[in-house]
Design a protein. Sequence first.
Length: 149
Amino acid sequence: MIFLKAVFHIATSLDVEDIIKLTNECFFENTDVCKAKEIFLSTSKDPNNIYLVGCVEKEVVAHAKITIIETIYEPMGCYAILNHVCVKPEYRRHNIATQMLDEITKICKERGVLKMELWSNNVRVPAHSCYKKYGFVLEEAGFFSKEIG
């Protein structure tokens, strides 16, 4: 197996179109680029909203959204929720996801995060293997949601 070296950086508005192209491909979504750019610009000054991208030869091949949540509760402290964690299909199995998780862990430690939580769809079984190998544990708690709009 050939391991590729990705270079990671915090996304800027110049990365949004590539992020949406990647996440639309990986998650079979249909996110509108113009709307995504608008939301990115309105949230980009918030240090608790971090969009991370990984590039191989200047091509965006990996992405994760990190949301840092600071709480007043002693047991929870500061934690992070990761979502839209993905690697472009043809770049999978080249150690890029592990490199990205290392970078995310570094960012979280620098920000005083005590625990990282990851949202992943049930059908993403290969991704789950990667997360477990990295040390994530599948919790027994249920994840509840309710659409309100």
